[in-house]
Design a protein around this ligand. Structure first.
Ligand code: TMP
Length: 211
C-alpha cells in the first residue's frame, strides 16, 4: 500500500497555491493514490461554520488572539473529522493552508502571541505535523492583483500592503524555522513551471515523482 502523506500548501493571497493543490491532487489520483483534498479554515462541517466567522465582516472584527483561537478550534475539528481518519486509511492528504497560516498571518503579520500559537499547536496538532509544506513565495503586489482579478475580497485580502509584506517575511521565517519539512516555491513563474517545482519537492517522499 502507498504510504499516507500529509502535504500542506501555504502562502499569501493570489500565490496560486489553491490551483496547484488541485493540480497535484489530480496528478496523484491518476497515479492511483487515494487523495483527500481539503482546506483551512474549514474541512469539516463545524470548521466551515467557523470559516464564515473568520473571513466575513469588518477588517477589525476579531482581535488577533480571537483569530488564533478560532483557527485552532476549526483545526481541531478538521483534524478529528477529516485529516486523521484519512491518514489512518493511508491516503495522501493535501491541505490548502494549515497551521503555518496561523504562524504567518496571526503570529508574524498580526503580531499575535507566538507562545500561545506554539502551545495550541502542541496540544491540537501534536504529532500530526505535515510531511511536506510547500511555501508559495510571491511579491504581494502581484499576488493581491491576481486575487483582485479573481474577485476575492475577504477580510484578510482587504488588509493593507504593509500587512502583506510582513506576511511574506513571516512565511519565509516559518520556512526557515521548519526547514526539514518546508520547501519554498517561486510562485512567479508559469502554471507549468510552478507545477514542476511542486513535483520536484515531492520526489524525496514518493517514488513516482523521482521518475
Ligand atoms: P483562503 O483565502 O486561502 O481560503 O483563506 C482564507 C483566509 O484565512 C486567508 O486570508 C488566510 C486566513 N487564515 C488565517 O489568517 N489564519 C489561518 O490559520 C488560516 C488557516 C487562514
Amino acid at each position: 500500500m502507498k504510504r499516507a502523506l500529509f502535504i500542506t500548501f501555504e502562502g499569501g493571497e493570489g500565490t496560486g497555491k489553491s490551483t496547484q493543490a488541485l493540480v497535484l491532487a489530480g496528478k496523484l489520483r491518476q497515479l492511483g493514490y487515494q487523495v483527500v483534498a481539503t482546506r483551512e479554515p474549514g474541512g469539516s462541517a463545524d470548521a466551515d461554520a467557523i470559516r464564515q466567522l473568520l473571513v466575513s465582516g469588518e477588517t477589525g472584527r476579531w482581535s488577533v488572539t480571537a483569530e488564533i483561537l478560532l483557527n485552532y478550534a476549526a483545526r481541531e475539528s478538521h483534524l478529528r473529522h477529516t485529516i486523521k481518519p484519512a491518514l489512518a486509511e493511508g491516503a495522501v492528504v493535501i491541505c490548502d493552508r494549515f497551521a503555518d497560516s496561523t504562524r504567518a498571518y496571526q503570529g508574524y503579520a498580526g503580531e499575535g502571541d507566538s507562545q500561545l500559537i506554539d502551545q495550541l499547536d502542541q496540544n491540537i496538532v501534536g504529532e500530526t505535523q505535515p510531511d511536506l509544506t510547500l511555501v508559495f513565495d510571491l511579491d504581494p503586489r502581484i499576488g493581491l492583483e491576481r486575487a483582485g482579478t479573481r474577485g476575492g475580497d475577504d477580510r484578510f485580502e482587504r488588509k493593507g500592503l504593509a500587512f502583506h509584506d510582513r506576511l511574506r517575511e513571516g512565511y519565509l521565517a516559518v520556512a526557515n524555522e521548519f526547514s526539514a519539512r518546508c520547501t519554498v516555491i517561486d510562485a512567479s513563474g508559469s502554471k507549468d513551471d510552478v507545477a514542476s517545482q511542486v513535483w520536484q519537492a515531492l520526489s524525496p517522499l514518493i517514488e513516482d515523482a523521482r521518475q
